[in-house]
Design a protein around this ligand. Structure first.
Ligand SMILES: [Zn+2]
Length: 303
């Protein structure tokens, strides 16, 4: 019988005071996850041939390319001798390499925040009150939605610049949001346990973008990654990743044109050979303890 493959999607291994998107898994929980997986499944890499016979398998993936992958996850992965894949968003150079939702989180929630936020340009004119946590949550949610789906990546940069001015701070890298440097990416590419894949330049939901923008986001992120690591990549994961909602077949076409063999979604469930190698389902992992993790895996298996 052919096996199922359960693909897991992590983001960060860290312990954070502020983590609005629940991206961080503690080192302790991550180690427990891997130990249990190793005892119960084959663990494959994203680039392996999954159609081989064997017991049910798991594939470990990380999205975005946070630096804590290198600092905290990699030592555990090497100790356990487990393959993992990192999908890297690589549009920015290292001097300002932060994910936009992290900057937004810092700007709205951290330290002193003026009580009103007014974002204005030639098209948009929005005002939010930030006098309590509920209002901050509402503001964060609305700007997140606009940045994910509607405004261009240039406009997003403009808005972030406006918000740094509004907060009266110089735009700068915030330590806890650091992403992998090019040197770290190169080092990871030489590590036998690690596979690297692309994840667009600017991390927008592609479906709402023009065809040209989708092509650039896909093609240029693949090229740029391949230039950095001086080898080909054959795997790609979609930002936000819900098939039909955040991207569609247009994007798969551009991936295939650029040498990608497997594309990864975030739809829930396990992979079966009949599913093919596009839109592979993945299952997001937040900071679950081992009992919650086991129950979640069981749920995926049975879905
Ligand atoms: Zn992502």
């Amino acid at each position: 019988m052919q096996r199922k493959v359960i693909v897991l999607c992590y983001h960060r291994i860290n312990t954070l005071d502020l983590d609005k998107n629940l991206l961080a898994v503690s080192e302790e929980n991550f180690r427990e996850h891997l130990r249990w997986l190793k005892g119960n499944y084959d663990i494959l890499s994203a680039e392996d041939d999954w159609e081989s016979e064997g017991r049910d398998a798991v594939v470990i993936t990380f999205d975005d390319g946070y630096e804590d992958f290198y600092i905290k996850a990699l030592p555990i992965i090497e100790e356990m001798k487990i393959p993992a894949t990192v999908f890297i968003t690589n549009g920015k150079d290292v001097s300002n390499r932060m994910m936009w939702w992290d900057e937004l989180e810092y700007l709205i929630y951290d330290r002193y925040t003026p009580p009103y936020l007014h974002l204005k340009d030639e098209i948009f004119d929005y005002e939010w009150s930030l006098d309590c946590n509920e209002n901050k949550d509402e503001c964060y949610k609305q700007i997140h939605f606009l940045m994910k789906n509607l405004i261009s990546s240039e406009k997003r940069e403009e808005w972030l610049n406006q918000m740094w001015l509004w907060k009266r701070e110089k735009r700068r890298l915030i330590d806890r949001y650091k992403m992998l440097s090019d040197e770290e990416i190169i080092e990871l590419s030489e590590n036998p346990y690690i596979t690297l894949g692309a994840h667009t330049l600017n991390h927008s939901a592609l479906k709402n973008r023009s065809i040209d923008e989708q092509q650039i986001e896909i093609k240029d992120s693949i090229r740029k990654l391949e230039n950095t690591i001086r080898r080909k990549t054959t795997v790609f994961s979609y930002p936000f990743g819900v098939y039909g909602k955040d991207y569609d077949e247009i994007a798969n076409g551009y991936c295939e044109e650029n040498g990608i063999e497997k594309t990864f979604a975030t739809n829930f469930g396990a992979w079966n050979p009949k599913d093919g190698l596009l839109n592979i389902k993945r299952n997001g992992i937040n900071n679950k303890n081992i009992e919650e993790f086991k129950a979640y895996l069981k749920w995926i298996e049975e879905a």
